[in-house]
Write a protein that binds this ligand. Structure first.
Ligand SMILES: [Zn+2]
Length: 390
């Protein structure tokens, strides 16, 4: 299946059945931590001699919006998730963004208002625990569906594959030049002084500082997981955004980049459209990124899914790939995971965690707990060796 592009589709949104906890002792926090530690550090029974030559004995982490909730970002289908609170939420499609100047105005206006919130959000204790697991030699790579860049910030030494890109950059859809989103924000501010005033007002009034989605909704604000923010009664048609500076200066042969007197994009441009460096719905996951994620799965011994219901096909496919290749599979998620019963069909009754784990407790509690337990194990191990040497 490597040659098949991973098309980003609207997530699978049928209700997901509640999980079967695996092993059954993984229900209270202490039991969950013990099972997860067994999963992460136990010798692997499944690896055949042939497979071991490629397998690194480590775990790949596949994370979704659930791991960023504690940083104040909304997830999609948790209690306060976007699909839970806002039944009519529909994200923008790639083709719509490319084709439609008005759709881009609307996208960038909402993104302009939402950026401050995302730019001020920080990785949380679960990301810190991931960093420690990397330092302890437990993890080989993190594959994330998140576009908040918390993983690369929290653990620069542990490699991260950002499956769906990052909001920290925009890039030109014509010449592919990347630009930092921060600088782009300043350009948007300069082109939209009245919007900038409104944003300042929202920040001062504290409307943007509450992390409670219900409170936000009461104040006429909604935040979506992709950093997008909605505001009632606002005319998006007045919003202005700039084109790619490189394409504006030297348009590709036969193309036109139209701007007004202030340098804002005009309808009718055929090149130089800037886009957030994230995979939109209806867009393919970058082929090199997809290959990197698959390689990480193929060389690892275990896959642990954290904070994702695998509702997005590109993420579900990676878990399926891990399963097909005989990796031990763990899932740490509040709420059901797409097709999870089938992932755990072959788990035997004597499993204590090393074959599979399915935990339904907040990652912010479970991951730091597992780090502490593994550190303790390693300390005992080192002390034991020292005692023997004496
Ligand atoms: Zn360009």
């Amino acid at each position: 299946m490597s040659g098949v592009p991973m098309l980003m589709r609207i997530p699978y949104i049928s209700p997901l059945p509640p999980p079967r906890i695996i092993p059954a002792t993984a229900r209270p926090l202490a039991g969950a931590i013990a099972s997860l530690v067994d999963f992460l550090v136990a010798p692997l029974e499944k690896d055949t001699a042939a497979a071991e030559t490629r397998r690194n004995g480590k775990t790949v982490l596949l994370t979704g919006a659930g791991i960023s909730v504690a940083s104040g970002l909304a997830d999609y289908r948790g209690t306060n998730g976007t699909y839970t609170l806002n039944k009519t939420y529909r994200p923008i499609y790639y083709s719509e963004f490319l084709a439609n100047h008005e759709a881009r105005k609307r996208y960038w206006a909402r993104s302009f208002l939402g950026w401050t919130n995302l730019a001020n959000a920080k990785p949380n204790g679960a990301h810190e625990a991931v960093r420690r697991l990397g330092e302890l030699g437990i993890l080989s790579r993190v594959i994330t569906q998140n576009v908040d860049s918390f993983h690369p910030h929290a653990h620069p030494a542990l490699p991260t594959t950002e499956l769906h890109g990052t909001l920290a950059q925009v890039h030109c859809t014509t010449c592919k030049t990347p630009y930092p989103r921060d600088a782009f924000q300043s350009q948007l501010e300069a082109l939209n002084p009245s919007w900038a005033d409104m944003l300042r007002h929202l920040i001062e009034s504290g409307a943007l500082s509450t992390e409670d989605p219900h409170e936000r909704a009461e104040r006429g604000l909604r935040t979506n997981p992709d950093g997008d923010l909605e505001l009632k009664g606002v005319k998006y048609t007045t919003f202005r955004y700039p084109p790619c500076p490189a394409c504006l200066q030297k348009p590709p042969p036969g193309e036109t980049v139209l701007v007004d007197a202030d340098g804002a994009s005009q309808a009718g441009s055929t090149a130089g459209v800037l886009k957030p460096a994230v995979v939109m719905f209806g867009e393919n996951v970058n082929a090199a990124v997809k290959a990197e994620a698959e390689e990480a799965i193929d060389t690892a011994s275990r896959l642990l899914v954290v904070g994702s219901s695998l509702a997005t096909y590109s993420a579900w496919r990676l878990a399926k790939r891990a399963k097909d290749r005989g990796l031990a599979l763990g899932m740490l998620n509040l709420g059901g995971v797409r097709g999870e019963d089938e992932f755990f069909l072959d788990v035997t009754p004597e499993n204590t965690g090393r074959q599979a784990v399915r935990i339904e407790i907040d990652a912010l509690q479970v991951l730091p707990g597992a780090v502490k337990a593994i550190e303790e194990l390693k300390r005992i191990h080192i002390t034991g060796n020292e005692v023997r040497r004496q």
